[in-house]
Design a protein. Structure first.
Ligand code: GAR
Length: 363
């Protein structure tokens, strides 16, 4: 990255050592800092006040695009760095192109690391947290200025910053695999039969089809590292990251579409009554994995699909709608699942619209 406002990481590391010898403390923070707003400025001033010098590790253009979607960043890394360096509170800017700031943390070994938002040291990304532990960095969580974000600024400029009744919801789609329900929802939006916006797509599987489909539609699509808890449970850092991504994308409804993990804690609390799931059975029959296979193996003559609200159980929340599907002689697991999915693709967009209309009516 060529810019006189961007410092080389090794040079900053050497500068950090020189300051250290003088007993001075270096603060590091990282972020995209696209379209600077007053929230950024106050945050950076607060971070700088924690030590004697502030280094900003800036997400490179490719990583901003991955985090925020096509059309972002608005400003190139070179321009963002120049703007940051014009602030009295910013001493150095380095750029990193990976998703995480781990390499920069390892190189610069800050005395103090500042992070914005409602993180706790435990819910920081485990890789970054391990790098901070290696460096012996103190971790400080700074509060963000409510309502201030680049995404909100862009929405205000586009004229759809305020959510008023009658405006479609902003959706987050969470999926682990094939993504056919995601496609059905996105197609319904494109056709105009579902008034909604897909604000972000999240997946616990890095190479899932749902993420590549979302990216090919120019939507923000992010892999969330699920953690290594037993039984496929989402770790605290993953739950925190999901909750933060949903909030920063100003999401109204969370749509689980083949998401094979159980949500709990911060996500359920923040979006109570606003998380929907689709399940390929007539619940309460056959919750859990491979529901259609179990319906077939039991010799049932019909099955179906259910859209329900999500609680802390497995496919157990209040039901919103069901569609019945006959099990035909000669059906295999594949033919049956394909027929159920046809119904799912028609049912899910309809239920999303109806649920949102209900929430709007309640005010
Ligand atoms: C769908 O059939 C959905 O009902 C099921 O996973 C499939 C995902 O397909 N969900 C569950 O079993 C949840 N317990 P997709 O990725 O093509 O949308």
């Amino acid at each position: 990255m060529e810019s006189s406002f961007i410092s080389d990481t090794d040079t900053v590391a050497a500068w950090r050592d020189a300051l250290d010898r003088e007993g001075r403390r270096v603060v590091l923070t990282n972020g995209c800092f696209d379209l600077l707003h007053v929230g950024h400025v106050r945050y950076l001033q607060e971070a700088r006040a924690l030590g004697d010098a502030l280094v900003v590790a800036l997400n490179g253009d490719a990583s901003v695009r991955e985090l925020k979607g096509e059309g972002r960043p608005v400003n190139t890394a070179a321009d963002r760095a120049e703007i940051l360096r014009a602030l009295a509170c910013v001493d150095r800017v380095v750029v990193f192109d990976e998703k995480r700031a781990t390499r920069v943390i390892d190189a610069i070994r800050p005395h103090l690391y500042a992070k914005g938002g409602d993180y706790t040291p435990e819910s920081l990304n485990p890789e970054e947290r391990a790098a901070l532990d290696r460096a012996g960095s103190e971790i400080r969580i700074l509060s963000l200025v409510p309502g201030q974000s680049t995404s909100a600024t862009l929405r205000r400029m586009a004229g759809d910053g305020d959510k008023s009744p009658g405006t479609g919801p902003r959706l987050a789609i969470l999926g682990s695999g094939h993504g056919s329900n995601f496609e059905a929802i996105a197609d319904a939006i494109d056709r105009g039969t579902l008034d909604a916006t897909i604000a972000v797509v999240l997946s616990d599987v890095a190479d899932s089809r749902v993420l590549s489909l979302a990216r090919s539609r120019g939507l923000p699509a992010l892999h969330i590292e699920p953690g290594s808890e037993r039984g496929g449970r989402l770790g605290d850092a993953a739950l925190k990251e999901i909750a933060d991504r949903l909030k920063s994308a100003s999401v109204d409804l969370v749509i689980l579409a083949g998401f094979m993990r159980i949500l709990r804690g911060p996500v359920l609390e923040a979006f109570a009554g606003r998380i929907l799931n689709i399940h390929p059975s007539l619940l309460p029959l056959y919750p859990g994995l491979g529901a259609w296979r179990r319906a077939l193996a039991s010799g049932d003559t019909e099955t179906g699909c259910t859209v329900h609200l999500v609680d802390s159980g497995i496919d157990s929340g209040a039901m919103l709608a069901q569609e019945r599907v006959p099990i035909l002689p000669g059906d295999t697991a594949e033919t049956l699942h394909a027929r159920i999915q046809e119904r799912e693709h028609e049912l899910y967009p309809r239920v999303i619209a109806a649920h949102w209309a209900g929430l709007m009516k309640q005010g």
